[in-house]
Write a protein that binds this ligand. Structure first.
Ligand code: S3P
Length: 437
């Protein structure tokens, strides 16, 4: 169902403390990797967003049972995993579902088909088809795109040097590699992408080694059986990002985000905000289910300065770039974002779409081949005129970025396609309404 949201011009300050919504990447993995244990596990703080529910439905079709004890606690029983699906496995909007499930399914002795919505059907799948085929997988596609038809293959381990730092590629290969006794599987990447798969596999007792070699980041998976264990998902820094940026750019704001996942492969935004002179503090650090967590306090930050963002930090903040682009419009001077060409392959072409939509607000932003050049101004001076209509392009992060831009605009803004926010952050509007009170 289509949903429009209208922001009402300059927002009241955001104030208060909120529990960060559950992490999407970890929620997917808790089900997928949890199912490899072939046992029963309780997953707490699971994200019931549309993307993770797509993964859950697929695992049910493959013979797993699930029971929700409450909205965010699910018991996964994978004792009968995996059986041949009776229908197509629909991944919706979720690239993580499609790419990770391909890795899992290519080791099974049955045929399966993975399909997706209009956005996912346009996204590149060659990046997993090629290396998985080198491992012996049999995957047919529509010229490198979904639907993917996976047939029984005989897998062997490989060493694969990935041209891109992609956690989805790495995870697909590790999930396939774990299921073959025919050699180890090693993935090498140019920068370290998010490592939740490696960490969670270790949590469940898999034989996983991580290392660096000739400036590359490597991980090796060997055939292993996993031990069922209950797991807690941490808060999603990629969802927190929208609140962090909103608090930094809305006059008078002061917000504490509790239970934010602080895995260093995800914390690029914190580094960038500190570098830009935002008022941000990290407190109460701890470890939960082998993942770092902590609280973040963020206050209105009128003295932010632009900066250059590129290289190893890009995979550590790849999903935050749309909202960082908005942040940069409110920081003095120029911000250059580079080495982020893969943004074109996300739920939308995020370079073109962010440029187009932020320009509607009056932002000075230019998309480049691999990022943006943004000319910022002083915070809180009513930079944005508003009175505009934003499109979401089937992309939750564009919709949420449009909403935050609306909060610093003089006049109301309409955001079309707000239903896409359900994929990762179903409580988004509630949380903002509460912080504005
Ligand atoms: C994800 C990995 C990243 C990220 C995506 C989630 C994951 O994609 O952009 O939102 O959960 O593994 P890539 O692996 O394509 O970089």
């Amino acid at each position: 169902m289509c949903k429009e949201v209208v922001t009402q011009g300059f927002s009241a300050p955001l104030k208060g403390e909120i529990l960060t919504p559950p992490d999407k990447s970890m929620s997917h993995r808790s089900l997928i990797i949890g199912s490899l244990t072939q046992g029963k596990i309780k997953i707490s703080n699971f994200l019931t967003g549309a993307d993770c529910l797509a993964t859950l439905e697929i695992l049910k079709e493959l013979g797993c049972e699930t029971e929700f004890l409450d909205k965010n606690t699910v018991v996964l029983n994978a004792q009968n995993a995996y059986s041949a699906p009776k229908k197509e496995l629909y991944c919706g909007n979720s690239g993580t579902t499609m790419r990770l499930m391909t890795g899992l399914l290519c080791a099974q002795n049955f045929k399966s088909t993975l399909s997706g919505d209009i956005s996912l059907s346009k996204r590149p799948m060659k990046r997993i088809i090629e290396p998985l085929s080198l491992m012996g997988a049999s995957i047919k596609s529509n010229e490198g795109k979904a639907p993917l038809i996976i047939e029984q293959g005989k897998l062997n381990g490989i060493e694969y040097k990935s041209p891109i730092a992609s956690a989805q590629v790495k995870s697909a290969l590790l999930l396939a590699g774990l299921q073959t006794s025919n050699g180890a599987t090693t993935v090498l990447e140019p920068h370290l992408s998010r490592n939740h798969t490696e960490k969670m596999l270790k949590f469940f007792g898999a034989d996983i080694q991580t290392f660096t070699k000739n400036g590359l980041f490597g991980v090796t998976a060997r055939h292993s059986s996993l031990v069922p264990k209950d797991l807690n998902v941490v808060g999603d820094i990629s969802s927190a990002a929208f609140i962090m940026v909103a608090a930094a750019i809305i006059k008078g704001s002061d917000v504490i985000l509790k239970n934010v996942g602080l895995n260093p492969t995800r914390t690029g935004l914190i580094d960038v905000m500190k570098h830009m002179k935002a008022n941000i503090e990290v407190l109460n650090c701890d470890l939960v289910s082998n993942e770092e967590i902590g609280d973040i306090r963020i206050k209105y930050s009128p003295d932010m300065e632009g900066c250059e963002i590129g290289g190893e930090i890009i995979p550590r903040l790849i999903d935050e770039i749309p909202i960082i682009a908005l942040l940069a419009t409110q920081a003095k001077g120029t911000t250059i974002i580079k080495d982020a060409g893969d943004l074109k392959n996300k739920e939308s072409d995020r370079i073109a779409c962010v440029e187009r939509e932020l320009r509607k607000f009056g932002a000075q932003i230019e998309g480049t081949d691999d990022g943006f050049i943004i000319e910022g101004k002083n915070c809180g001076n009513g930079l944005f005129k508003g009175d505009t209509e934003i499109e979401s392009y089937h992309d939750h992060r564009i919709a949420m970025t449009g909403y935050i831009a609306g909060l610093i605009s003089k006049k109301p803004c309409r955001i079309n396609g707000f239903e896409w926010v359900e994929t990762s952050f179903p409580d988004f509007l509630n949380i903002f309404e509460n912080l504005k009170k």
